[in-house]
Design a protein around this ligand. Structure first.
Ligand code: SF4
Ligand code: SF4
Length: 285
């Protein structure tokens, strides 16, 4: 009975939080996170509870790099069995595509492949097309040469700017995340606490920016409050959403990632972090 449920376009699950690449501006923070995999049983419990009140168009299996998950097939089987989504979609950097079993190809409905400069996909184009035809899987490849900067270097204290970023934030309006038993409004709000803690800032945003999924008798009402709120999240205090400047893609080496991770926050927000083509007018001035 889908009609009475909350309908969402995209819901993400981070199958592996870490990645086999080190993109400097990864908004999932994967290059800086330790090896960690989504637990199949716990995620099954989350999806079962959610499926009573919510349906999504695409359930996105991503990360980090989702194909690093040692029980990828089992995870797909579980996710498919819950019937919470129209489609089960793999989002990958393509390095481990050769590992996909025929059973996984059968269960997946679509694959989004991000191609990064200098990175080779492990399956030849002809083979990929043949597999896609055989298993009726759509494939969407995109060349990612530029990244949006989402992490601000200081707290955004200008309330008008924070509202502007939030109300124009596509991610915050269409893409939710299931993580460690909670349902989050957007992907950055999951990891921003970890990001900031490494830079000496404490942000306790999980309670406000997400909803506990299992054993929650008020689940639907709490989800509606989270998903249809019009004021920014706690995480938005440090996030540029889709209005940050763009920078060319860069892969970090180990030394660079250590240097970046510990950079202290600035005292004041620098407005030049906002995209040049976005003309910001502070209505409260
Ligand atoms: S491949 Fe994707 S998940 Fe991995 S570091 Fe790059 S942007 Fe992040
Ligand atoms: S934290 Fe706020 S601005 Fe950043 S992606 Fe989420 S909703 Fe958008």
């Amino acid at each position: 009975m889908i009609q009475s449920k909350i309908i969402r376009p995209f819901v993400e699950i981070n199958l592996a939080e870490h990645c086999n690449l080190t993109c400097a501006l990864c908004d999932h923070y994967a290059p800086f996170l330790p090896e960690k995999y989504a637990d199949i049983e716990a995620t099954h419990g989350d999806l079962m509870a959610l499926s009573t009140v919510l349906h999504t168009n695409h359930l996105l299996l991503l990360g980090g790099e989702p194909l690093l998950h040692p029980e990828f097939d089992e995870f797909c089987r579980m996710a498919k069995s819950v019937q919470i989504s129209h489609q089960l979609v793999l989002v990958t950097n393509g390095i481990l595509l050769h590992r996909m079993s025929s059973e996984a190809w059968q269960m997946i409905d679509g694959i989004r492949i991000s191609r990064y400069p200098g990175v080779k996909i492990s399956v030849k184009r002809k083979m990929l097309e043949a597999q896609a035809r055989k298993y009726n899987v759509w494939i969407w490849e995109s060349d990612v040469k530029m990244f949006d900067i989402t992490e601000s270097t200081a707290e955004i204290t200008d309330q008008c700017l924070r509202n502007t970023i939030f109300t124009n934030c596509l991610m915050g309006h269409i893409c939710n995340t299931i993580h460690d038993g909670r349902y989050y409004r957007c992907p950055p709000s999951v990891f921003i606490q970890t990001r900031l803690s490494k830079r000496g800032v404490e942000l306790d945003n999980h309670k406000e920016d997400s909803v506990m999924i299992q054993n929650n008798s008020n689940l639907k009402a709490e989800l509606e409050m989270l998903l249809f709120r019009s004021d920014p999240l706690e995480a938005c205090r440090y996030c540029l959403g889709g209005l940050g400047r763009k920078e060319p893609h860069k892969m970090l080496n180990k030394k660079e990632s250590q240097q970046i991770i510990g950079l202290p926050m600035e005292q004041e927000f620098n407005y030049s972090e906002i995209r040049e083509d976005f003309v910001y007018c502070n209505a409260t001035k």
